[in-house]
Design a protein around this ligand. Structure first.
Ligand code: HEC
Length: 352
């Protein structure tokens, strides 16, 4: 049980097919790619890691419950630590590889394919808003094929690494390069997908002036040293774990004929609600209340009527026209099909 700090992050849009699957998968929710990896700092589930893998993590303790109302700590009730690993960096480079780097242990924790993370517990769901109570920990989606086992795998000049200190990561061609001190020596690590499915390539470098002799050890894991030079080590790692994970169940929205009810659900599931209210109040974008049929003033001063065609165009192509007084270029273009757009328009038309 480990306690960490929180972060906030905004999910922009989810892509739904005509029918929304009941779980997120990579097919209905494509994320990063090799050209544009997705990198998220987050909590992680602890799965069944050896305690030695997490030896540098502290253990969370119960704390008196805090009341935001009174600003006081309770003398009678306590909060339990959250079961999860804080301060991981999760990376997705497409369907074939997601992985998590633990910034406390400075090592790769898990690798999996066919999905990334379901953040509903952490960021909240579009329907309910708030995150799950006392459960900050996102769920893995997809097929786990690697997890860290035993002591830190890096050896320097013949000795297993004992002390590590994270420095940060930079992005090279979009891919993170993690930097840390291992027994006082600066080390860089990169993680790539291997050539065959469910394999990994780990690249270690010592960028210091005197190149170190780097070696790799790993309990209960099949690996091959692909190349070893002064100050550089490339290791091919084979699968050493298995597990199939789904995130939280999502509501299925099937649209036979476009209808306002489906539009209302899409309004929340696509996150339109993050920018458009339905009660007339202003947010990043104009409110949907009273929008249908209203005269809209565009940036260039011309006026247009918000009829069904205008609404559909505004959703399909957010940059077609710009409304005076609102930021242009802010609304994302969504991968919506015609029935979905029509449903959204019908919903907006109900908001008199
Ligand atoms: C990140 C914020 C954001 C999100 C999310 C967003 N919009 Fe928008 N939307 C805007 C902004 C800002 C404008 C006005 C921009 C402009 O005129 O250039 C706008 C304009 C519109 C308009 C035209 C409004 C008018 O007053 O004429 C419609 C219709 C619309 N959005 C529908 C949607 C729908 C449907 C979704 C979800 C599928 C959505 N928007 C998601 C920010 C957003």
């Amino acid at each position: 049980m480990i306690l960490g700090t929180t972060l906030s992050f905004v999910i922009a849009a989810s892509s739904l097919a005509d029918e929304v699957a009941s779980y997120l998968t990579f097919d209905n929710q494509p994320l990063g790619s090799e050209e544009k990896p997705l990198v998220v700092r987050t909590y992680l589930p602890s799965l069944d890691l050896d305690t030695v893998v997490l030896s540098n993590h502290g253990t969370g303790k119960k704390t008196p419950r805090y009341s935001a109302k009174t600003g006081l700590l309770s003398s009678s009730s306590e909060d339990q630590p959250i079961a999860g690993i804080p301060a991981g960096i999760a990376v997705n480079i497409g369907k074939k590889l997601s992985y998590v780097w633990d910034t406390t242990e400075c090592r790769l924790l898990y690798a999996w394919n066919n999905g990334f993370l379901d953040m509903e517990s952490y960021w909240g769901s579009p329907e309910q808003g708030s995150r799950k109570k006392n459960d900050y920990v996102p769920r893995l989606i997809g097929n786990l094929f690697y997890q860290a086992k035993g002591a830190h795998p890096l050896m320097i000049n013949g000795k297993p690494v004992q002390n590590i200190q994270y420095k940060g990561h930079r992005r090279v061609d979009g891919l993170p390069v993690f930097t840390y001190l291992a027994d006082g020596h600066p080390i860089e690590t990169e993680i790539e997908a291997g050539d065959s499915a469910q394999t990994l390539r780990l690249i270690f470098r010592s960028p210091g002036p005197d190149p170190l002799k780097l070696d790799f050890q790993a309990a209960n894991t099949a690996f091959e040293i692909a190349s070893k030079d002064a100050g550089a080590l490339k290791v091919l790692v084979r699968p050493n774990a298995s597990g199939s994970f789904t995130g939280y169940k999502k509501e299925v929205i099937t649209i036979d004929t476009a209808n306002a009810e489906a539009g209302k659900k899409l309004y929340t599931s696509f996150g339109c609600s993050a920018c458009h209210t339905t009660d007339g109040s202003r947010n990043h974008g104009p409110s949907f209340q009273g929008l249908s049929g209203a005269m809209r003033e565009l940036l260039d001063g011309t006026k247009v009527k918000a009829d069904a065609d205008y609404l559909a165009e505004s959703i399909k192509n957010p940059n077609a026209k710009h409304i005076k007084g609102f930021p242009a270029g802010m609304m994302p273009a969504y991968p919506l099909n015609d029935k979905q757009i029509e449903s959204l328009v019908l919903y907006i038309q109900t908001l008199k």
